[in-house]
Write a new protein. Structure first.
Length: 282
């Protein structure tokens, strides 16, 4: 049971927390100014900023004075309070919860693989005249970028990264991850699997507690920064120093950061699994 003052304070704190990212994004969009690192979190990941800022309690909370939540699907009146009713959610939430639970449990059951060194971003521009971020130069130039890909093993396990490989890069990957094989392939060392925790959190809205959505988003921001610092792009103009994965020291730096993110993602993955189980029929 949450008194109105308590849950409104939580809602205000949530909004203030995520506005650290949503307000600059809105301002950049107003100016027509692309950002090669941050835009990904608002375009590839499709949750609108206004929805990220919205607070909802998730299962198990009774809100006194929470009538405004009645406009959010799945929320019903319960005496003098408002709560999330699992049986009032759209059927797609249950279907999504079943898939997400199975995917995250399978991911958590595997050891983290730390040998990819972020080459997926390099493979997306390999032997291509059209880099994905045309406004940002390649640190090593096109020939130097291709040489790095040619010199290192490419082992990407994530379908949604692999599908953006250039045609010349696809045969270099040690596997061909397909959408249908996602549950079989996903592993906790993958940066994109960690960022995707944010996707799974918002795919379960309006059932996901806002704080869990924000926790997943905040980690995704940090992971995205590493993802692009280790990329072939020169992002010094945006304030990002490179992780030079073309060197042994850079690869070691990347693997250490990758392992740290895998550890930090584990409790978020568990919280999402618990949420999924709360949304599924017993």
């Amino acid at each position: 049971m949450l008194d109105e003052a308590v849950w409104r304070e939580r809602a205000a704190a949530h909004r203030a927390r995520v506005e650290r990212w949503t307000l600059p994004h809105r301002e950049r969009r107003r100016r027509g100014e692309p950002h090669p690192v941050m835009d990904f979190l608002f375009t590839y990941y499709s949750l609108r900023p206004v929805r990220l800022e919205q607070w909802q309690p998730g299962p198990g909370a009774l809100l006194l004075g929470g009538d405004e939540l009645l406009a959010v699907p799945g929320h019903v009146r319960d005496g003098d309070s408002v709560r999330l009713a699992v049986d009032a959610l759209a059927p797609r939430v249950t279907t999504t919860a079943a898939f997400v639970r199975d995917l995250l449990l399978a991911t958590a059951s595997r050891p983290a693989r730390l040998g990819c060194f972020g080459l997926h971003e390099w493979a997306m521009v390999y032997r291509s005249d059209a880099p994905r971020h045309e406004q940002v130069p390649l640190r090593l130039g096109a020939a130097g970028t291709d040489a790095v890909v040619d010199s290192l093993p490419v082992h990407c396990t994530h379908h949604d990264a692999f599908r953006f490989f250039t045609p010349a890069a696809r045969p270099l990957n040690a596997m061909t991850p397909e959408r249908a094989d996602q549950i079989a392939n996903e592993q906790p060392g993958c940066l994109h699997a960690t960022m995707d925790l944010y996707k799974w959190a918002y795919k379960l809205l309006p059932a996901t507690p806002a704080e869990l959505v924000a926790d997943c988003f905040a980690l995704a921001v940090e992971v995205r920064e590493l993802d692009m610092r280790a990329s072939p792009y020169d992002l010094s103009g945006y304030g990002y120093s490179p992780v030079r994965i073309e060197t042994p020291a850079g690869r070691a730096e990347y693997a250490r950061a990758q392992a740290g993110f895998a550890r930090r993602a584990a409790p978020l993955r568990r919280r999402l699994v618990e949420l999924c189980e709360a949304l599924l029929p017993s």
